[in-house]
Design a protein around this ligand. Structure first.
Ligand code: NOJ
Length: 587
């Protein structure tokens, strides 16, 4: 126990850092080809520094045929031509370091591209030395194959992008596994040679001087070697293999090996993408006592309120559920592991559209309220490009405006092959589709939002004249300035960094309120997630000094206006000479 506390109190640099995620394709184009690039990022380093960013997390910039925008890598040690050159990358790294910022790369090693030389070799023959780099299986005989092979796929797993997780390969008469698109074959982590290749590659980047890795679907590396069929659930013709491909039997052995061979040799930040990971599992991956990773990303809060088609829905987010999820992560990791705090990334819709309000009347207020709500919790804060401007979902009405392979695949399965009407599906895509977060960064009100002088690879959100960085940098009450000030405040607050967390009003349908405590120091955070005034049934509000709020005034202390978020100092009842029975209780 004492050791746990010691680990908790050690302020590793990544615990105290603001991490900013860049999706390079959409951040800044420097050469007019409509695609963001490394030189574009270099041009914007000053902006990031100014915002208060400590660590840049770069989504993949490696050589890739771009079936899944760089998450399908064909050369781990080369830069995607559309993004620039290795020399430019080296300059980016150096310039970021010179400005005092660190750079974390994306590690995508559950799968490669089918154009990676290993896979090109692997598919040549059953005897090829690279055959076992991937997962090849015989067809199940005697059954009809919906995909046109001679027998059925080895099991019924659906890929995470819909359709079967198995692709028939004519040349050698076997199926290969792809948990994402068929151009992303899964690597066989059972093969020690694969693991050594990956460790070598990671060390190569380490020696270049990068500062760590965000690890793509890291919980999926070890599969149940029996490959059992998954349960068929409503709305999906394929079986749910999650219990067999997430948190598999050898995952911790693999990550401990990775830690021994690579991670422990560098002063890195590591954060694993935890598909199928709850707080209990997170302790196994990133507990202070486990020699694996520093932090995990979970998705329980951004995936609340699913519908009959899972993530494809247009349901409003249920606040009580959101509170339960985020609070569970705060309390279950307390003293044992470190949280990652994020609302957005390149795989989820914009937070304002999902949890706040797009209505111009409330857009900025709700963006600031969401920042208060999440970033006063304990953990490392992550901001996704454009979030600091309160960017919102894209209003595309045509399928052809979208670019994401997942959207096309799900549309095909649910509309063209299924029975979901086109209009209904389009509302789902608008609500939860990944391209909502992938429209170009809105820098200013010049054509194409200052992102490119060419034709952008995906349309710019037409609201860029109202929502853009330049306008917000020039206006002190903007979302941009709110983010900047909030993170500055956070840096100097030990109670935010180290204090414990306690949820208040757990069943209130409109207010998210919690306390943070560190010794005598306390904070009370209260956020209204609705457009209606909400009375605040918390005693003693008149005592504490107001510290932060999104309305620019002190509020009335009796309730919260539409999307209001406020932080007050909280008096420790014992320090103020009161008895324990006066302690504010859960109403
Ligand atoms: C998770 C990434 O965040 C997502 O963008 C990608 O499509 C899949 N992993 C596959 O790499």
């Amino acid at each position: 126990m004492r050791e746990e506390i010691a680990m908790e109190q050690r302020m590793d640099w990544w615990k105290d850092s603001l991490v900013y995620q860049i999706y390079p394709r959409s951040f800044q184009d420097s050469n007019g080809d409509g695609i963001g690039d490394i030189n574009g990022i270099r041009q914007r380093l000053g902006y990031l520094k100014e915002l208060g960013v400590d660590v840049i997390w770069l989504s993949p910039v490696y050589q890739s045929p771009n079936d899944d925008n760089g998450y399908d890598i064909s050369d781990y040690q080369a830069i995607m031509e559309e993004f620039g050159t290795m020399e430019e990358f080296d300059l980016l790294l150096k310039e970021a370091h010179d400005l005092g910022m660190k750079l974390v790369m994306d590690l995508v090693v559950n799968h490669t591209s089918d154009e990676h030389p290993w896979f090109r070799e692997s598919r040549k023959s059953r005897e090829n030395p690279y055959r076992d780099y991937y997962v090849w299986k015989e067809p199940k005989t005697g059954l009809l194959d919906p995909e046109g092979g001679p027998g059925a796929p080895p099991n019924n797993w659906g890929s995470r992008f819909r359709g079967s997780a198995w692709e028939w390969d004519e040349a050698t008469g076997m199926y290969y596994l792809h948990m994402f698109s068929k151009k992303q074959p899964d690597l066989n982590w059972e093969n020690p040679k694969v693991r050594q290749e990956i460790y070598r590659m990671m060390s190569w980047w380490g020696k270049k001087g990068i500062d760590g890795f965000r690890m793509d679907v890291i919980s999926m590396l070890s599969k149940n070697q029996d490959y059992p069929d998954g349960e068929i659930k409503d709305g999906n013709p394929y079986g749910d293999g999650l219990p067999y491909y997430a948190n598999g039997p050898r995952i911790h052995e693999f990550l401990q090996e990775m830690n021994r061979e690579v991670l422990s040799k560098f002063d890195w930040m590591t954060v694993g993408e935890g598909v199928g990971v709850g707080p209990g599992e997170a302790l196994d991956y990133a507990g202070f006592q486990t020699n694996e990773l520093n932090m995990m990303f979970h998705f329980e809060h951004v995936e609340i309120s699913p519908g009959p088609y899972g993530k494809w829905n247009n349901n409003p987010a249920d606040l009580v559920e959101l509170k339960q999820v985020l609070s569970r992560w705060q309390t279950e990791l307390e003293g044992k592991a470190w949280n990652s705090l994020f609302w957005e990334n390149h795989d989820y819709p914009r937070a304002v559209s999902r949890f706040g309000s797009d209505d111009p009347k409330y857009r900025e207020l709700s963006a600031k309220m969401l920042a208060i709500c999440l970033y006063l919790m304990k953990g490392t804060p992550y901001v996704y490009q454009g979030q600091e401007l309160g960017m919102i979902n894209c209003p595309f009405t045509k399928l052809s405006d979208y670019r994401d392979i997942e959207i096309f695949r799900v549309y095909h399965e649910m509309v063209e092959e299924g029975d979901v009407p086109h209009e209904e599906m389009m509302t789902y895509i608008h609500h939860t589709g990944r391209d909502n977060a992938r429209t170009p960064m809105q820098w200013d009100d010049s054509p194409c939002a200052g992102f490119t002088t060419g034709i952008p690879w995906i349309p710019v959100n037409p609201n860029y004249k109202e929502i853009n960085g330049e306008e917000q940098q020039n206006r002190k009450d903007s979302v941009y300035w709110f983010y900047k000030n909030l993170f500055q405040f956070r840096k100097h607050s030990r109670v935010i960094k180290e204090g414990t967390y306690r949820l208040l009003l757990p069943d209130h349908p409109g207010i998210f309120a919690y306390e943070r405590w560190r010794e005598e120091e306390g904070l009370l955070v209260a956020c209204n997630f609705t457009a209606q005034y909400q009375e605040l049934p918390i005693p003693d509000l008149t005592e504490g000094k107001m510290i932060l709020g999104n309305y620019g005034d002190g509020g009335d202390r009796k309730g919260l206006r539409a999307y209001e978020g406020i932080v007050w100092e909280r008096q420790n009842p014992l320090a103020a000479g009161k008895s324990c029975s006066d302690s504010p209780s859960h109403p």
